[in-house]
Design a protein around this ligand. Structure first.
Ligand code: 13P
Length: 280
């Protein structure tokens, strides 16, 4: 099937009451692990890459690797730009073949956030989905923290969604990027945000959140949950354990295959956590 648009993933999830995982990739092991989990669960999914993740390879390489692996997979998967910070990030990833876009101008004041998000909407073809962020999510991604942290104000949601023309809204409701102790979603705040608009919601920072909360997100209008740290940790842990067990290890392919399996396990576990009614 190859890549589909972000809108198609959202529409399929909304109509089937599913929550899409959105998993960050940077390399072939991570990509192979994610796609195997998608084949095992058959849930529409986003594979994503942030500008900070693309430093090593560039967007074209990520696009070619992901779309080649998906060519014979008949589950809808979109390739999403995660945390585009500039309009140039949007243009470059679209030129490389990405099919879904996030413009994250949440580090700016409200009016600039609206302005940049609207410009990103103009650059993004209508059939692709645009995700924007209101409030500013804390924590760190690839050692990069936000310029500021702020929870999403439900009173701004309807106006922001209308002004930006977005199809998905990333919210800051207690969730943070990366691992931090005792992180929880404020479910009352999430409910207020949901009641303010019909726009599908996105939760970032899926790695550190309690399982019990992650299994209820569909009831709160959430359509996409981002997960990155868990996958990276699985990969780094696999190589670290192989080296610790044998500092003379040289069978790179075998360890790479173990990393793929570890990533598949993490991703499949997350997809099933987001969708507790999924048949086995
Ligand atoms: P985690 O690293 O906490 O899973 O967050 C990932 C994320 O939100 C990517 O945008």
């Amino acid at each position: 099937m190859g890549l589909v648009s972000g809108l198609e993933v959202i529409e399929q999830c909304v109509s089937r009451g599913l929550v899409a995982g959105a998993f960050n990739t940077t390399n072939i092991e991570t990509t192979m692990g994610i796609v195997q989990a998608i084949e095992n669960t058959r849930v529409p999914t986003f594979i994503q890459c942030a500008p900070t993740n693309a430093v090593l390879s560039g967007y074209e390489y990520i696009h070619d690797m992901v779309s080649r692996r998906l060519a014979k997979v008949d589950v809808p998967v979109a390739l999403h730009l995660d945390h585009g910070r500039t309009l140039d990030d949007v243009t470059q990833s679209l030129a490389a073949g990405f099919t879904s876009i996030m413009m994250d101008a949440s580090g700016h004041e409200y009016d600039t956030n609206v302005d940049l998000s609207r410009k990103a909407r103009e650059l993004t073809p209508a059939q692709f989905a645009l995700e924007v962020e209101l409030g500013s999510i804390g924590g760190k991604e690839d050692d990069l923290g936000p310029e500021r942290e702020a929870t999403t104000d439900p009173d701004q949601v309807a106006e922001f969604v209308a002004a930006t023309g977005c199809e998905m809204l990333a919210v800051s409701v207690g969730n943070v990027h990366g691992y931090a102790p005792d992180v929880r979603i404020d479910m009352d705040l999430l409910r207020k945000v949901q009641q303010a608009s019909a726009v599908p919601l996105v939760i970032h920072g899926g790695s550190g959140l309690p399982r019990q909360q992650l299994g209820r997100l569909a009831e709160f209008g959430v359509v996409k949950v981002n997960v990155a740290s868990d996958l990276r940790n699985a990969m780094i842990r696999t190589f670290g354990e192989a080296y610790a067990a044998n500092p003379n290890e040289y069978a790179l392919i075998r360890v790479s295959q173990q990393a793929v399996t570890a990533i598949t396990d993490v991703v499949e576990n997350r997809i099933r956590t987001f969708n507790p009614k999924l048949a086995r």
